[in-house]
Design a protein around this ligand. Sequence first.
Ligand code: HEM
Length: 75
Amino acid sequence: MPLSFATDIRPLFRDDPDVETMMSIGIDLSSYAHVKAKAKLILSRLEDGTMPCDGPWPNERIALFKQWITEGMQA
Ligand code: HEM
């Protein structure tokens, strides 16, 4: 089974500060459609370690997000 946004990806984002802060910057990390549309930009910031602002994700988490993209970004 491919990874899904609801089950595998959404829980990676903290309601606060991830969703809360990024909402005010124009990216809704709680929205499947929005994360799908911005996936490349999000991945680039996860990979360069500049997001989240309070500490980069471990590689396994980034790999999971990448896998979700590769598998076609299921809801
Ligand atoms: C996993 C969680 C997060 C992801 C995936 C994420 C993703 C992103 C992305 C893709 C941008 C670039 C937006 C653009 O160029 O239009 C950005 C910008 C920004 N984010 Fe986040 N973010 C996360 C968490 C946070 C947190 C926790 C904070 C601070 C509390 C934060 C603060 C900012 C700020 C201030 C900017 C604008 C300045 C900049 O581009 O560096 N983000 N974020």
